[in-house]
Ligand binder design. Structure first.
Ligand SMILES: *Cc1c(COP(=O)(O)O)cnc(C)c1O
Length: 237
């Protein structure tokens, strides 16, 4: 399938999920996750209009980031926004802050401190998602839901970080419907934080839904979906 056909297929399903849940298409943002594809494929995704690009490791992203920065510099096209979606080691924060427009994996204060330090040096504010382990799976990163309120308060000490929402990953399910409880729980957590935390009104976005389960995530309120395989493909090395 060509990238255009993939985009059409995904758009069709987004439209159907919006229809089912009474949501508007413009409230859903798509991140094309390029971690499984080459620099060339990433450039063609960008040229096809996928301006939000996601990667989960800086080592893998670096070449693409450089190539795209150059590509965008040479044309009048809009430059891409990069999203860091993988778990981030504290000592790697300095590599990604300033290059990625959004960080989706903020899950501990030591990382907040490292991110804040680098962002302050650069004089920028970094929008971030707080990653929450709603499913309780051991293998998933993210903080415990019960720790979220205190974490949001503690983040006030790091003004170079701007928390804008919550992020989660659902376990892979052969029946995507079974991920609904996870996505619903993240939405309820967001609603709870908005009502009950002094700084919760800024937490509006939900980064949730991947190739296997994005339809359900949209129905449950996702505002950012992260699509790799289904949208840009998966290339074998
Ligand atoms: C890889 C990855 C995705 C995209 O995965 P697909 O299933 O290929 O859509 C989304 N989010 C995160 C955090 C990822 O690591």
């Amino acid at each position: 399938m060509s990238i255009q056909e993939r985009i059409q297929h995904v758009e069709q399903r987004i439209a159907e999920a919006c229809e089912r849940s009474g949501r508007r298409r413009e409230d859903i943002n798509v991140i094309a996750v390029t971690k499984y594809v080459s620099v060339e494929t990433t450039i063609s995704a960008y040229k096809s209009g996928l301006l939000n690009l996601g990667e989960n490791r800086w080592q893998d992203a670096e070449q693409k980031w450089k190539a795209l920065s150059k590509e965008a510099g040479q044309t009048d096209e809009d430059s891409p926004s990069w999203h860091f979606i993988g778990s981030l080691q504290t000592n790697k924060a300095k590599d990604v802050i300033g290059k990625f427009s959004y960080i989706h994996s903020l899950d501990r204060l030591s990382l907040a401190e490292a991110m804040h330090k680098r962002a302050s040096q650069l004089g920028i504010t970094v929008p971030c998602f707080i990653q929450v382990n709603v499913s309780g799976e051991d293998s998933k990163h993210g903080m415990e839901p019960g720790d979220l309120m205190a974490f949001i308060e503690a983040l006030q000490a790091y003004p170079a970080l701007k928390p804008i929402g919550l992020m989660t990953m659902a376990p892979y399910e052969s029946k995507p419907e079974e991920t609904r409880v996870v996505f619903r729980a993240l939405r309820e957590l967001r609603d709870d934080v908005q009502m009950n935390s002094a700084h919760g009104s800024r937490i509006v976005h939900l980064s949730m839904g991947m190739s296997n389960d994005f339809d359900v995530a949209i129905e449950e309120g996702a505002t950012w979906i992260r699509l790799g395989t289904i949208l840009v493909g998966k290339e074998e090395e």
